[in-house]
Design a protein around this ligand. Structure first.
Ligand SMILES: C=C(O[C@@H]1C=C(C(=O)O)C=C[C@H]1O)C(=O)O
Length: 388
Protein backbone atom coordinates (compact mmCIF):
# COMPACT_ATOMS: atom_id res chain seq x y z
CA UNK A 1 0.00 0.00 0.00
CA UNK A 2 1.35 3.26 -0.97
CA UNK A 3 1.85 5.44 2.02
CA UNK A 4 0.47 8.80 1.62
CA UNK A 5 3.12 11.28 2.27
CA UNK A 6 1.82 14.17 4.21
CA UNK A 7 3.84 16.69 2.40
CA UNK A 8 3.79 20.11 3.83
CA UNK A 9 2.56 22.46 1.25
CA UNK A 10 5.18 25.14 0.84
CA UNK A 11 3.41 28.27 1.85
CA UNK A 12 4.44 31.37 0.00
CA UNK A 13 6.21 33.74 2.39
CA UNK A 14 3.86 36.47 3.51
CA UNK A 15 4.40 39.40 1.26
CA UNK A 16 6.42 42.05 3.06
CA UNK A 17 4.89 45.41 2.50
CA UNK A 18 7.18 47.21 0.10
CA UNK A 19 8.87 50.23 1.55
CA UNK A 20 7.27 53.21 0.02
CA UNK A 21 9.30 55.41 -2.27
CA UNK A 22 9.17 58.14 0.39
CA UNK A 23 10.63 55.83 3.08
CA UNK A 24 13.42 54.70 0.74
CA UNK A 25 14.29 58.27 -0.08
CA UNK A 26 14.40 59.28 3.61
CA UNK A 27 16.63 56.30 4.46
CA UNK A 28 18.98 57.16 1.62
CA UNK A 29 19.28 60.63 3.13
CA UNK A 30 19.92 59.17 6.62
CA UNK A 31 22.67 56.95 5.15
CA UNK A 32 24.30 60.00 3.59
CA UNK A 33 24.10 61.94 6.87
CA UNK A 34 25.64 58.93 8.69
CA UNK A 35 28.59 58.97 6.28
CA UNK A 36 29.15 62.64 7.08
CA UNK A 37 28.74 61.97 10.81
CA UNK A 38 31.36 59.22 10.78
CA UNK A 39 33.81 61.54 9.03
CA UNK A 40 33.09 64.30 11.56
CA UNK A 41 33.32 61.94 14.55
CA UNK A 42 36.71 60.77 13.32
CA UNK A 43 37.81 64.35 12.73
CA UNK A 44 36.92 64.96 16.41
CA UNK A 45 38.67 61.72 17.43
CA UNK A 46 41.84 62.85 15.61
CA UNK A 47 41.87 66.03 17.71
CA UNK A 48 41.30 63.98 20.87
CA UNK A 49 44.36 61.85 20.00
CA UNK A 50 46.40 65.09 19.82
CA UNK A 51 44.93 66.27 23.16
CA UNK A 52 45.99 62.92 24.63
CA UNK A 53 49.60 63.37 23.42
CA UNK A 54 49.76 66.86 24.92
CA UNK A 55 48.33 65.66 28.22
CA UNK A 56 50.71 62.73 28.47
CA UNK A 57 53.64 65.05 27.71
CA UNK A 58 52.79 67.52 30.47
CA UNK A 59 51.11 65.16 32.97
CA UNK A 60 47.63 66.71 32.70
CA UNK A 61 44.87 64.34 33.91
CA UNK A 62 43.11 62.47 31.09
CA UNK A 63 39.61 62.79 32.52
CA UNK A 64 38.76 66.49 32.70
CA UNK A 65 35.30 67.00 34.28
CA UNK A 66 35.55 70.80 33.89
CA UNK A 67 36.06 70.39 30.14
CA UNK A 68 33.29 67.78 29.86
CA UNK A 69 30.90 70.15 31.64
CA UNK A 70 31.89 72.88 29.15
CA UNK A 71 31.46 70.57 26.13
CA UNK A 72 28.01 69.47 27.35
CA UNK A 73 26.94 73.04 28.12
CA UNK A 74 27.97 74.27 24.67
CA UNK A 75 26.45 71.31 22.86
CA UNK A 76 23.15 71.42 24.74
CA UNK A 77 22.79 75.18 24.40
CA UNK A 78 23.24 74.94 20.63
CA UNK A 79 20.64 72.18 20.34
CA UNK A 80 17.56 73.30 18.47
CA UNK A 81 15.91 69.88 18.38
CA UNK A 82 14.08 67.76 17.53
CA UNK A 83 16.65 65.61 19.40
CA UNK A 84 15.97 65.82 23.18
CA UNK A 85 18.65 67.15 25.54
CA UNK A 86 18.69 63.78 27.29
CA UNK A 87 19.36 61.92 24.04
CA UNK A 88 22.08 64.37 22.99
CA UNK A 89 23.73 64.19 26.40
CA UNK A 90 23.71 60.38 26.22
CA UNK A 91 25.39 60.48 22.81
CA UNK A 92 28.05 62.91 24.02
CA UNK A 93 28.76 60.96 27.19
CA UNK A 94 29.43 57.87 25.09
CA UNK A 95 31.52 59.94 22.68
CA UNK A 96 33.66 61.25 25.53
CA UNK A 97 33.97 57.70 26.85
CA UNK A 98 35.43 56.80 23.44
CA UNK A 99 37.88 59.69 23.85
CA UNK A 100 39.44 58.05 26.91
CA UNK A 101 40.23 54.95 24.90
CA UNK A 102 42.08 57.19 22.41
CA UNK A 103 43.96 59.24 25.01
CA UNK A 104 44.78 56.57 27.60
CA UNK A 105 42.57 53.68 28.70
CA UNK A 106 40.91 54.47 32.04
CA UNK A 107 40.09 52.08 34.85
CA UNK A 108 37.16 52.93 37.13
CA UNK A 109 36.58 51.26 40.51
CA UNK A 110 33.10 50.92 42.00
CA UNK A 111 31.24 49.02 44.71
CA UNK A 112 30.38 45.72 43.07
CA UNK A 113 29.78 43.02 42.15
CA UNK A 114 28.26 44.00 38.77
CA UNK A 115 24.59 44.90 38.87
CA UNK A 116 24.87 47.30 41.83
CA UNK A 117 23.55 50.87 41.74
CA UNK A 118 27.18 52.04 41.81
CA UNK A 119 27.77 50.00 38.66
CA UNK A 120 24.77 51.66 36.96
CA UNK A 121 26.03 55.12 38.00
CA UNK A 122 29.57 54.37 36.79
CA UNK A 123 28.38 53.17 33.37
CA UNK A 124 26.06 56.18 32.99
CA UNK A 125 28.92 58.53 33.78
CA UNK A 126 31.89 56.86 32.07
CA UNK A 127 30.21 54.94 29.21
CA UNK A 128 31.25 51.71 27.58
CA UNK A 129 34.81 52.50 26.43
CA UNK A 130 36.53 52.37 29.85
CA UNK A 131 37.50 49.39 32.01
CA UNK A 132 35.66 48.75 35.24
CA UNK A 133 36.86 47.08 38.39
CA UNK A 134 34.22 45.87 40.84
CA UNK A 135 35.39 46.11 44.43
CA UNK A 136 33.84 44.46 47.47
CA UNK A 137 33.70 47.37 49.93
CA UNK A 138 33.40 51.15 49.68
CA UNK A 139 36.65 51.42 51.65
CA UNK A 140 38.24 49.21 48.97
CA UNK A 141 37.35 51.77 46.29
CA UNK A 142 39.26 54.41 48.28
CA UNK A 143 42.23 52.07 48.77
CA UNK A 144 42.47 51.18 45.09
CA UNK A 145 42.32 54.84 44.02
CA UNK A 146 44.95 55.70 46.61
CA UNK A 147 47.22 52.92 45.38
CA UNK A 148 46.71 53.95 41.77
CA UNK A 149 45.28 50.56 40.76
CA UNK A 150 42.28 52.39 39.32
CA UNK A 151 42.33 55.92 37.88
CA UNK A 152 39.05 56.98 39.46
CA UNK A 153 36.54 55.57 41.91
CA UNK A 154 32.82 56.08 42.22
CA UNK A 155 31.13 55.87 45.65
CA UNK A 156 27.61 56.68 46.91
CA UNK A 157 27.57 59.68 49.25
CA UNK A 158 23.90 60.36 49.98
CA UNK A 159 20.39 59.28 49.10
CA UNK A 160 17.43 61.62 48.81
CA UNK A 161 15.41 59.48 51.22
CA UNK A 162 17.89 57.77 53.50
CA UNK A 163 20.55 60.52 53.84
CA UNK A 164 24.31 60.03 54.14
CA UNK A 165 26.11 56.76 53.34
CA UNK A 166 28.11 56.19 56.49
CA UNK A 167 30.78 53.92 55.00
CA UNK A 168 31.68 56.60 52.46
CA UNK A 169 31.82 59.37 55.07
CA UNK A 170 34.00 57.18 57.30
CA UNK A 171 36.25 56.32 54.34
CA UNK A 172 36.76 60.05 53.73
CA UNK A 173 37.77 60.41 57.38
CA UNK A 174 40.40 57.71 56.86
CA UNK A 175 41.69 58.89 53.46
CA UNK A 176 41.09 62.66 53.37
CA UNK A 177 44.76 63.57 52.99
CA UNK A 178 45.23 61.41 49.92
CA UNK A 179 41.92 61.52 48.01
CA UNK A 180 40.03 64.35 46.30
CA UNK A 181 36.41 64.59 45.30
CA UNK A 182 36.72 65.06 41.54
CA UNK A 183 33.09 65.01 40.34
CA UNK A 184 29.53 64.07 41.25
CA UNK A 185 26.84 61.98 39.58
CA UNK A 186 23.16 61.74 40.46
CA UNK A 187 21.05 58.79 39.36
CA UNK A 188 17.42 57.77 39.83
CA UNK A 189 17.44 54.56 41.85
CA UNK A 190 14.77 51.86 41.70
CA UNK A 191 14.76 48.77 43.88
CA UNK A 192 13.17 45.41 43.08
CA UNK A 193 12.42 42.44 45.31
CA UNK A 194 14.29 39.54 43.70
CA UNK A 195 13.73 35.86 44.52
CA UNK A 196 13.18 32.39 43.13
CA UNK A 197 10.05 31.59 45.12
CA UNK A 198 6.48 32.78 45.50
CA UNK A 199 6.01 36.10 47.31
CA UNK A 200 4.37 34.27 50.24
CA UNK A 201 7.44 32.00 50.66
CA UNK A 202 9.96 34.83 51.30
CA UNK A 203 11.49 34.37 54.76
CA UNK A 204 14.74 36.34 54.55
CA UNK A 205 15.66 39.45 52.56
CA UNK A 206 19.27 40.46 51.87
CA UNK A 207 20.33 43.99 50.93
CA UNK A 208 22.45 46.99 51.82
CA UNK A 209 21.16 48.57 55.07
CA UNK A 210 20.57 51.94 53.34
CA UNK A 211 18.32 50.17 50.84
CA UNK A 212 16.18 48.64 53.61
CA UNK A 213 15.74 52.21 54.81
CA UNK A 214 14.63 53.40 51.37
CA UNK A 215 11.97 50.64 51.27
CA UNK A 216 11.02 50.81 54.96
CA UNK A 217 7.27 51.47 54.54
CA UNK A 218 6.90 48.90 51.78
CA UNK A 219 8.72 46.27 53.84
CA UNK A 220 6.75 46.94 57.01
CA UNK A 221 3.45 46.57 55.12
CA UNK A 222 4.36 43.62 52.88
CA UNK A 223 6.88 41.72 54.99
CA UNK A 224 6.50 42.77 58.64
CA UNK A 225 8.09 39.69 60.25
CA UNK A 226 10.75 38.88 57.70
CA UNK A 227 14.45 38.69 58.58
CA UNK A 228 16.51 41.55 57.05
CA UNK A 229 20.11 40.54 56.34
CA UNK A 230 22.70 43.29 55.76
CA UNK A 231 25.06 42.90 52.78
CA UNK A 232 27.93 45.05 51.48
CA UNK A 233 26.00 45.95 48.32
CA UNK A 234 22.67 45.15 46.69
CA UNK A 235 24.33 43.08 43.96
CA UNK A 236 26.24 41.10 46.60
CA UNK A 237 22.86 40.56 48.31
CA UNK A 238 21.45 39.18 45.05
CA UNK A 239 24.41 36.76 44.75
CA UNK A 240 23.89 35.57 48.35
CA UNK A 241 20.12 35.10 47.87
CA UNK A 242 20.69 33.18 44.62
CA UNK A 243 23.24 30.89 46.36
CA UNK A 244 20.87 30.25 49.26
CA UNK A 245 18.02 29.39 46.85
CA UNK A 246 20.28 26.97 44.96
CA UNK A 247 21.38 25.23 48.17
CA UNK A 248 17.80 25.00 49.48
CA UNK A 249 16.64 23.39 46.23
CA UNK A 250 19.55 20.91 46.33
CA UNK A 251 18.36 19.57 49.69
CA UNK A 252 14.68 19.77 48.76
CA UNK A 253 13.94 22.68 51.12
CA UNK A 254 11.84 25.76 50.32
CA UNK A 255 13.93 28.57 48.84
CA UNK A 256 12.86 31.44 51.11
CA UNK A 257 15.76 33.81 50.39
CA UNK A 258 15.22 37.10 48.54
CA UNK A 259 17.24 40.25 47.87
CA UNK A 260 16.48 43.89 47.20
CA UNK A 261 18.50 45.09 44.24
CA UNK A 262 18.39 46.20 40.64
CA UNK A 263 16.49 44.27 38.00
CA UNK A 264 19.90 43.86 36.29
CA UNK A 265 21.28 42.07 39.38
CA UNK A 266 18.28 39.71 39.14
CA UNK A 267 19.18 38.93 35.54
CA UNK A 268 22.89 38.52 36.29
CA UNK A 269 22.47 36.16 39.26
CA UNK A 270 19.34 34.29 38.14
CA UNK A 271 16.61 35.74 40.36
CA UNK A 272 13.13 36.80 39.27
CA UNK A 273 11.68 40.21 39.91
CA UNK A 274 8.83 39.54 42.37
CA UNK A 275 8.01 43.24 42.80
CA UNK A 276 9.62 46.11 40.84
CA UNK A 277 10.05 49.66 42.19
CA UNK A 278 9.46 48.99 45.88
CA UNK A 279 11.24 52.17 47.05
CA UNK A 280 9.00 54.34 49.26
CA UNK A 281 9.65 57.45 47.16
CA UNK A 282 9.29 57.06 43.38
CA UNK A 283 11.71 59.99 42.97
CA UNK A 284 14.46 58.20 44.85
CA UNK A 285 17.85 59.67 43.90
CA UNK A 286 21.36 58.72 44.98
CA UNK A 287 24.26 61.09 44.66
CA UNK A 288 27.66 59.51 43.98
CA UNK A 289 31.05 61.19 44.05
CA UNK A 290 33.98 60.47 41.79
CA UNK A 291 37.19 60.22 43.79
CA UNK A 292 40.68 60.78 42.43
CA UNK A 293 44.24 61.62 43.38
CA UNK A 294 44.06 65.00 41.66
CA UNK A 295 42.01 68.18 41.78
CA UNK A 296 39.39 69.33 39.28
CA UNK A 297 39.59 72.76 37.65
CA UNK A 298 36.89 75.46 38.05
CA UNK A 299 33.96 75.69 35.63
CA UNK A 300 32.06 78.63 37.16
CA UNK A 301 29.39 76.27 38.54
CA UNK A 302 31.19 74.16 41.12
CA UNK A 303 30.87 72.66 44.57
CA UNK A 304 33.49 72.36 47.28
CA UNK A 305 33.29 69.48 49.78
CA UNK A 306 34.75 70.19 53.22
CA UNK A 307 35.31 68.01 56.26
CA UNK A 308 35.92 69.54 59.69
CA UNK A 309 35.96 68.97 63.43
CA UNK A 310 35.00 71.93 65.59
CA UNK A 311 36.38 73.10 68.90
CA UNK A 312 34.42 71.73 71.85
CA UNK A 313 32.74 75.01 72.80
CA UNK A 314 29.23 76.44 72.55
CA UNK A 315 28.28 77.66 69.10
CA UNK A 316 31.39 76.29 67.37
CA UNK A 317 29.40 74.73 64.53
CA UNK A 318 27.27 77.88 64.17
CA UNK A 319 30.46 79.97 63.90
CA UNK A 320 31.78 77.82 61.05
CA UNK A 321 28.46 77.87 59.19
CA UNK A 322 28.13 81.61 59.88
CA UNK A 323 31.37 82.26 57.97
CA UNK A 324 29.75 80.90 54.80
CA UNK A 325 26.55 82.83 55.44
CA UNK A 326 28.50 86.11 55.82
CA UNK A 327 30.43 85.36 52.61
CA UNK A 328 27.14 84.75 50.75
CA UNK A 329 28.15 81.15 50.00
CA UNK A 330 25.29 78.70 49.77
CA UNK A 331 25.65 75.33 51.50
CA UNK A 332 24.00 72.42 49.70
CA UNK A 333 24.70 69.53 52.06
CA UNK A 334 25.64 68.89 55.67
CA UNK A 335 26.25 65.59 57.40
CA UNK A 336 28.05 64.33 60.47
CA UNK A 337 29.82 61.24 61.78
CA UNK A 338 31.22 60.54 65.24
CA UNK A 339 34.78 61.79 65.22
CA UNK A 340 36.01 58.48 66.61
CA UNK A 341 38.63 59.53 69.16
CA UNK A 342 36.56 61.48 71.70
CA UNK A 343 33.01 60.60 72.65
CA UNK A 344 30.30 63.05 71.46
CA UNK A 345 32.58 64.97 69.18
CA UNK A 346 31.79 64.94 65.50
CA UNK A 347 33.32 65.27 62.09
CA UNK A 348 31.10 67.41 59.84
CA UNK A 349 30.81 67.20 56.08
CA UNK A 350 29.65 70.28 54.21
CA UNK A 351 29.24 71.05 50.50
CA UNK A 352 29.54 74.73 49.63
CA UNK A 353 28.66 76.20 46.24
CA UNK A 354 31.78 77.57 44.55
CA UNK A 355 35.34 76.45 43.76
CA UNK A 356 38.20 76.39 46.25
CA UNK A 357 40.26 78.65 43.92
CA UNK A 358 37.66 81.47 43.98
CA UNK A 359 38.81 84.35 46.23
CA UNK A 360 35.57 84.44 48.32
CA UNK A 361 35.85 80.68 48.93
CA UNK A 362 39.57 80.95 49.78
CA UNK A 363 38.78 83.66 52.35
CA UNK A 364 35.77 81.78 53.79
CA UNK A 365 37.78 78.56 54.20
CA UNK A 366 40.61 80.44 55.93
CA UNK A 367 38.11 82.07 58.31
CA UNK A 368 36.26 78.79 58.95
CA UNK A 369 39.58 77.16 59.82
CA UNK A 370 39.94 79.54 62.81
CA UNK A 371 36.81 77.92 64.35
CA UNK A 372 37.93 74.34 63.70
CA UNK A 373 40.35 71.89 65.21
CA UNK A 374 40.88 70.57 61.74
CA UNK A 375 39.39 71.48 58.37
CA UNK A 376 40.21 69.60 55.18
CA UNK A 377 39.07 70.57 51.70
CA UNK A 378 38.03 67.26 50.15
CA UNK A 379 37.81 68.78 46.69
CA UNK A 380 36.10 71.16 44.28
CA UNK A 381 34.30 69.78 41.25
CA UNK A 382 31.65 70.69 38.65
CA UNK A 383 28.16 70.72 40.12
CA UNK A 384 25.89 68.13 38.54
CA UNK A 385 22.38 69.43 37.91
CA UNK A 386 21.14 66.46 35.92
CA UNK A 387 19.79 63.15 37.07
CA UNK A 388 21.16 60.39 34.86
C1 LIG B 1 39.57 65.56 24.86
C2 LIG B 1 39.74 65.75 26.15
O1 LIG B 1 39.75 64.67 27.08
C3 LIG B 1 38.56 64.09 27.65
C4 LIG B 1 37.53 63.96 26.60
C5 LIG B 1 36.72 65.04 26.30
C6 LIG B 1 35.99 65.11 24.98
O2 LIG B 1 35.88 64.08 24.31
O3 LIG B 1 35.54 66.21 24.61
C7 LIG B 1 36.62 66.10 27.20
C8 LIG B 1 37.29 66.09 28.40
C9 LIG B 1 38.17 64.97 28.82
O4 LIG B 1 37.53 64.23 29.84
C10 LIG B 1 39.98 67.09 26.73
O5 LIG B 1 40.42 67.18 27.89
O6 LIG B 1 39.74 68.09 26.03
Amino acid sequence: MATRKTRKQKQPAPARPKDSGRLQELRRKIDAVDQRLVRLLNERAGLVVEVGKTKRADGTPIYAPHREAEVLRKVLSSNQGPLSERALEGIYRELMSGSFALEQPLRIGYLGPPGSNSHAAAVKQFGSSVDYEDLREISGVFTEVRRGHVNYGLVPIENSLGGGIVETLDAFKANAQHISVYGEVQIAVHHALLANCQPSQVRRIHSKPEIFQQCRNWLSTQYPGVELMPAASSSRAAQIAADECRKALEIGAEPGAAAIGTALAGQLYGLNVLFPRIEDDPNNITRFVIIARQNARPTGDDKTSLMFTTDDKPGALVSVLGVFQSAGINLSHIDKRPQGRERWTYTFFVDALGHRDEPTMVAAIEQAQTHCRELIVLGSYPRSRRIL
